[in-house]
Ligand binder design. Sequence first.
Ligand code: GCU
Length: 436
Amino acid sequence: MKPVGLILFGAIFFAPLIVTAQSSGFNYDEARVPKYTLPDPLLAADGRAITNSVLWERVRRPEILTLFEDQVYGRAPRGPSGLSYSVIETDQNALDGKATRKQVRIQLTGKRYGPRMDVLIYLPNQVKGPAPLFVGLNFYGNHTIHPDPNIEIPISWCRSNSKAGVVDNRATEKGRGASATRWAVDKILARGYGLATIYYGDIEPDHKDGWKSSLRSYHLAPGRTQPPPEAWGAISAWSWGLSRAMDYFEKDGKIDAHRVAVIGHSRLGKTSLWAGASDERFALVISNDSGCGGAALSRRAFGETVKRINTSFPHWFNDNFNRFNDNEAACPVDQHMLIALMAPRPVYVASAEEDKWADPNGEFLSAKHAGPVYALYGKGGVGVEKHPPVNTPVGDTIGYHYRTGKHDVTDYDWERYLAFADRHFKPAVKGKSNQD
Ligand code: GCU
């Protein structure tokens, strides 16, 4: 790859921050961000300038996608040829009659055995035709997103968390509704959207040996005991699971599969971005506080670094990504190119003031530097040069906000996402847009 234009300097205007150092020994000082040059999304490997959307789609987009597969997230196999699923439960009068609840079990190997995931779906009863939908993975089980007593509790391994009701790495009744503040179910339904969620551990348990009991082990080439260095990591497996949910949405007449927004928080925000990049059926993509390996530019090495993430979570990315530990500049891509892979679809990047570990400014800059690719389609990007102040959403087809508060998903975030989806999806129920 040729070196290109965009020289960026560390001393960039940045709104005052509440300083909550999240890990000592890491840089939280904007003035100490190294000088860096971003790879140009509009310069092809053969030196050609990408000047229109046709060249982008035929030449540069596939090139960048392949680079992310080979160097960062890993190459995932195709989905099974036939989708094997069963609707295990349904209630047309759920949540006091506001919603239809469905729980759908999808066999991930396409056969009637092996790893499976349960998709919990709420659809708004007031919408007569197929409903647009938000889909996102959750951290501790579908039953944690709402106190609804009828939600199935997962049987898969869970990370320890007593507040989420996890006992001996298993989910329990105690976890019902434990994450409800992160899922604005009532608001989403009232605005005419459905919501679908899947426990990410159903797809792959989140620890370094998780792949051995997940579908990744079903895709090892004969004679291999380890995935090869370019093979898919856990983030890629989780996003692959989201694509299987999408396979199901396409078969459900009550869901508008052309208006599905994929959303994720933190490591699951990295996952929603990769899902949106690798599967263009997702019509809108949302990254909530996704940080390193998600929306944040790796070259800034602000907060969590590539080396830190590869050391703490060696199973998330593919093995090739280790080459860029303390060596971010050698990576042929940076995360603005991941955001650019969504073009021309709407994409929203959100940060939080106290979430310095995720590098809010690096998340904003990624969103901003994806703009030239959106411009090829005549679409507006974040629309501002500098990082906006707190609680001041910006952007057209690329949305961005910087909320007060900590690393979390809040009602404020959902209000912005609903307004953004209203603008781009035109849902059946007209909502008051809080963003415009
Ligand atoms: C850790 C990790 C982050 C990740 C976060 C989360 O903080 O370092 O990269 O986003 O966990 O998923 O909660």
